[in-house]
Design a binder for this molecule. Structure first.
Ligand code: AMP
Length: 227
């Protein structure tokens, strides 16, 4: 719908441990609400692939399942947020992950007069995350996500969406690294749940169920917080 009244672009934050489904849900919200998914993990993987200075510094840290420095991540996010497509509104997937990043985001949004519409915490049990993460893969051509048990392609090895046979798995999606990533989540990111509760923007969602059911609940939340 087009209107001549300017609205402030929406800012949604997805919180949750690795494997909670942030990326999957962000892509669905992106399509349904015309928002832009900003994944700092994707931005960092692109920097590693391009061999930029930030990518060179981030590579070993990511492979170990630890968090990349706030300085690098905040700089990458700031640059991406300044691109014109973000004026449609953004879904932050995997950022912020530390209190320093959350405060930097508040400062960035204050500069542009934006506010956080909601921080949605995807609540899951640690025990299920290893299976979820070690079974996942994506289409190397269109980025559609799949899972060996929960969401296999209709024809093995062929993307349902674009027909490509180029499937890829992330280097850090293995059992050893997952343990470090969960540890980093609990030590450094979980405190943000209280941070956003204090600001009155926290929404919690049970993310142990089926993808579609969770997506329906997410859509209801997002509809309720859009200006
Ligand atoms: P993700 O794709 O969100 O699972 O992120 C993959 C890896 O990228 C993480 O394990 C971290 O090493 C790094 N990373 C992604 N986002 C951040 C962030 N906001 N802060 C620090 N490190 C991050």
């Amino acid at each position: 719908m087009t209107t001549d009244v300017m609205t402030t672009p929406a800012v949604l934050i997805l919180l949750g441990p690795p494997g909670a489904g942030k990326g999957t849900q962000a892509r669905m919200l992106e399509q349904d609400f015309g928002l832009v998914q900003l994944s700092t993990g994707d931005l960092l993987r692109a920097a590693v692939a391009q061999g930029t200075e930030a990518g060179r510094q981030a590579k070993a840290v990511m492979e170990a399942g630890a968090l990349v420095s706030d300085e690098i991540v905040i700089a990458i996010l700031r640059d991406r947020l300044a691109e014109p497509d973000c004026a449609r509104g953004v879904i932050l997937d995997g950022f912020p992950r530390t209190t320093v990043q959350a405060e930097a985001l508040d400062a960035l949004l204050a500069e542009t007069g934006q506010k956080i519409n909601a921080a949605i915490s995807l609540e899951v049990e640690d025990a299920a995350m290893v299976e979820r993460i070690s079974g996942r893969f994506t289409c190397g051509s269109c980025g559609e996500g799949y899972h060996d048990s929960f969401k296999p392609p209709k024809v093995a090895g062929v993307c349902d969406k674009c027909g490509s046979t180029e499937m890829k798995r992330r280097a850090d999606d293995n059992a050893e690294t997952v343990a470090s990533r969960l540890e980093a989540y609990h030590a450094q990111t979980a405190p943000l749940i209280a941070y956003y509760a204090d600001k009155g923007v926290l929404k919690k969602i049970d993310a142990m169920g089926k993808i579609d059911g969770i997506a329906a609940e997410m859509s209801g939340i997002v509809r309720g917080v859009m200006d």
